[in-house]
Design a binder for this molecule. Sequence first.
Ligand SMILES: *[C@@H]1O[C@H](CO)[C@@H](O)[C@H](O)[C@H]1NC(C)=O
Ligand SMILES: *[C@@H]1O[C@H](CO)[C@@H](O)[C@H](O)[C@H]1NC(C)=O
Ligand SMILES: *[C@@H]1O[C@H](CO)[C@@H](O)[C@H](O)[C@H]1NC(C)=O
Ligand SMILES: *[C@@H]1O[C@H](CO)[C@@H](O)[C@H](O)[C@H]1NC(C)=O
Ligand SMILES: *[C@@H]1O[C@H](CO)[C@@H](O)[C@H](O)[C@H]1NC(C)=O
Ligand SMILES: *[C@@H]1O[C@H](CO)[C@@H](O)[C@H](O)[C@H]1NC(C)=O
Ligand SMILES: *[C@@H]1O[C@H](CO)[C@@H](O)[C@H](O)[C@H]1NC(C)=O
Length: 284
Amino acid sequence: MKFSFASLLACAGLATALPSSVISSTELSAPEGVNIESRSTNGNVTDKGIARFDNGNIWDGQGNGTDSYKLYLGNGTTAAGWPSIESWVSFGNMFENYKLTIQWACQNLNWRLPNNNDDEIEAIYNGIQLAANATGVDHRFILAVIMQESHGCPRVNTTNLGVRNPGLMQNHNGDASCNDNKKLTTPCPTSTIHKMIMEGTAGTSSGAGLSHCINESGRSDVSDYYRAARIYNSGSLSKTGDLQSNIATHCYASDIANRLTGWVYAKSTCTCDTDPKSCNVSKN
Ligand SMILES: *[C@@H]1O[C@H](CO)[C@@H](O)[C@H](O)[C@H]1NC(C)=O
Ligand SMILES: *[C@@H]1O[C@H](CO)[C@@H](O)[C@H](O)[C@H]1NC(C)=O
Ligand SMILES: *[C@@H]1O[C@H](CO)[C@@H](O)[C@H](O)[C@H]1NC(C)=O
Ligand SMILES: *[C@@H]1O[C@H](CO)[C@@H](O)[C@H](O)[C@H]1NC(C)=O
Ligand SMILES: *[C@@H]1O[C@H](CO)[C@@H](O)[C@H](O)[C@H]1NC(C)=O
Ligand SMILES: *[C@@H]1O[C@H](CO)[C@@H](O)[C@H](O)[C@H]1NC(C)=O
Ligand SMILES: *[C@@H]1O[C@H](CO)[C@@H](O)[C@H](O)[C@H]1NC(C)=O
């Protein structure tokens, strides 16, 4: 892949992680006039050791895990202290534990939008399973990114800091939205919710989904997920290989790792966004 803004952004969701209060808008700005490569909308995880097309088993991890926050820095490998896939929670427990947050997510966003009803919550659950089965992206990783991007509110505002990011996963210029141009759709239709999750996971015609980001990482171990989180958020990896470094949200990959091991309500101890020096953040 050639080294240019276009290739740097090839995997870019340039997605904004909530809460927005911890992110400075200058750090999130995408370069203007960037021409983003066109890509397939049906990306799947190509590494057989990483791909998981059977997400039918929802009791597939360490139950509830532990609701605590541990700050992870460095390259995303278990050697650098990041959690192994064996230490991840079960999807069933993870969804159950986030359900209350998902239920109240919309009113807790900046714009106090109408909350989810039961059908919308069910559509999120089914949408994750459908996208996971179709792309080989582990369902727990998709849920972690949804919680990171929108807290599970399908009416989350479409953001635009150079790239339009709509929907539950604030994906790369996707079609599905229930809050575009200040037009709110309540309830958000099941098909729209499913499409939002598919666009975030399998990609859109103008940008990568989680599957592409995992492929791009290409390390064949659990660090592919944490590296993919970094790529989804900022469009590329830091030259240092440290996942707290680069643009966008420095806590993003660490947050995702914590969500995958049971973090729900515990106070975050990540200082990488409030005090980048404390995490040895490099902008390159
Ligand atoms: C995997 O991701 C890479 C990097 O974005 C992409 O070029 C490739 O098309 C993807 N493969 C599939 C099958 O999705
Ligand atoms: C993954 O994508 C490739 C390329 O598009 C395709 O050949 C393959 O059948 C897909 N695998 C699955 C399991 O869908
Ligand atoms: C996902 O695939 C598994 C088997 O591979 C199947 O049991 C399950 O019903 C599928 N789920 C959805 C939502 O398609
Ligand atoms: C997970 O937490 C729920 C609610 O606290 C509890 O009922 C359940 O037994 C726990 N499951 C495991 C596997 O620890
Ligand atoms: C990742 O970081 C750990 C700890 O700093 C180091 O031991 C390991 O060699 C690094 N792995 C890669 C692939 O860079
Ligand atoms: C967010 O969405 C609401 C509802 O559509 C709208 O009133 C508000 O202006 C939006 N905020 C921004 C920053 O676009
Ligand atoms: C900080 O990161 C740089 C790479 O950007 C590395 O060379 C250096 O060892 C790190 N320092 C500490 C204290 O981790």
